[in-house]
Design a protein around this ligand. Structure first.
Ligand SMILES: Cc1ncc(COP(=O)(O)O)c(C=O)c1O
Length: 407
């Protein structure tokens, strides 16, 4: 390994959501909320960013841009960034898109808010498969629009689409948009080409707008291949694809994402409604360009490290907590684990693990929009030594609970 994924980096004092924002995000509380652990004692396995350093090639690109010393208003005027992203997509996914379709947003979350507003009328509805990423719901709530859920099936932690249900929900004439998470957070499924085709067929049959959120597409287990929705639907004008190097290379704070909009009318509208008038952060452009041009090797090494973290979790659970339901995800660095068999009677799992184990994690219907009760999401993008500490603490807290409750 050239890159050191075992290094522990102190993030305190950097205004990181990960270290300082958990009270608000997980517990909807302020500084008044106290735990039996000091903030710095928590093992943090929650929000989806990584404890690994962003690749040095990206840090260097930012430094080089800093050396130019002027950070005035910036927009995308040259094609260099598009060329880098488009080559990445061609090489890795056998898919590409014309430059004119590329729009930008400070993040996929703000883009979702904007797209739901643009594409769905006030008395119309949005469809997604659950459990789903919380912001799919928040984007609908913000626009006062109903989110219809089609529950995924689950078997031993492996999630599949209920196609009959999806078809039925999509046939509601009020449903105008499907938000698809490809690959899927939180289940970690990488839809097979056949599954994706069937999902797309439903969208096309009902003439739905289709947002394909592909933010996790680079973070697949080794040997697994992501299929872009745009590849399955090469001509469908109502497709919007959301991508970013932010998750892959741990730079979500740089606020930059790619929103690929095929329909020219919606593209104009999306750009016209952009509240920052198309301006971009100059450091973010160079960082994302360097990611696509220079960081393929780093990504391969990261994937090996993550695969080993998942293998560690898998054997830990099999050996020590066989009641936990878990299947190694095909994508993401997030493990989705059903804990209800380990902790019968515990409803607030994030609260339990924060208070009893000093481990911060996300879970349940409150953060993942339905079909998620009893599940937790564990972030494994961190040095293995931290994972070992976190899992052992979780195990001890479960043993203590079971003893106290004579289970
Ligand atoms: C499916 C999905 N979409 C979007 C985001 C966030 O996107 P951004 O940081 O670009 O707003 C996340 C972050 O976890 C995610 O999991």
């Amino acid at each position: 390994m050239t890159y050191d994924f075992d290094e522990i980096i102190d993030r305190r004092g950097t205004n990181a959501l990960n270290t300082d924002g958990f009270r608000g995000y997980i517990f909807h509380a302020g500084p008044e909320k106290v735990f039996p652990f000091k903030d710095e004692e928590f093992v943090r396995m929650w929000v989806a960013d990584m404890e690994f350093a962003t690749p040095p090639e990206i840090c260097q690109a930012i430094k080089d841009r800093v050396d130019r010393r002027i950070f005035g208003y910036t927009m995308m005027y040259d094609s260099a960034y598009y060329q880098a992203l488009s080559r990445w997509c061609r090489d890795r996914y056998g898919w590409d898109f014309p430059e004119e379709q590329l729009c930008f947003s400070p993040g996929i979350i703000p883009a979702l808010y904007q797209l739901v507003e643009d594409l769905v009328g006030k008395d119309e509805k949005v469809l997604t498969m659950t459990p789903a990423y919380g912001y799919f719901l928040h984007a609908c709530e913000y626009n006062d629009i109903e989110l219809v859920e089609s529950k995924l099936h689950q078997n031993s932690g492996f999630f599949t689409v209920d196609f009959d249900d999806l078809e039925e929900k999509a046939s509601d004439p009020k449903v105008k948009l499907m938000i698809l998470c490809n690959p899927h957070n939180p289940s970690g499924r990488v839809w097979t080409e056949e599954e994706l085709r069937k999902i797309c067929d439903v969208a096309v049959r009902h003439d739905l707008w289709l947002i394909s959120d592909e933010i996790h597409c680079d973070l697949v287990r080794r040997g697994i291949r992501h299929t872009p929705t745009g590849k399955v639907l090469p001509d469908y004008q109502k497709l919007v694809t959301c991508m970013s190097a932010s998750k892959t290379f741990n730079m979500a704070g740089l606020m930059f994402s790619d929103i690929i909009i095929r329909d020219p009318h919606e593209r104009r509208h999306f750009r016209g409604r952009d509240k920052i008038a198309g301006m971009l952060n100059p450091l973010s452009i160079d960082a994302h360009k360097a990611a696509y041009e220079k960081c393929g090797d780093w990504l391969e090494q990261l994937k090996s490290y993550l695969d080993a973290n998942f293998a560690y979790l898998d054997s830990f659970l099999k050996e020590k907590l066989p009641e936990a339901v878990f299947s190694v995800p095909e994508a993401t660095y997030l493990a989705w684990v059903n804990m209800s068999g380990c902790l019968p009677g515990v409803e607030d799992l994030p609260g339990f693990f924060a208070n009893e184990a000093g481990v911060l994690l996300e879970g349940g219907d409150s953060l993942f929009v339905g079909n998620a009760q009893g599940w937790i999401r564990l972030n494994l993008a961190m040095p293995r030594s931290i994972i070992e500490t976190g899992l052992n603490r979780m195990y001890d807290s479960i043993q203590k609970y079971r003893k106290e409750h004579k289970i």
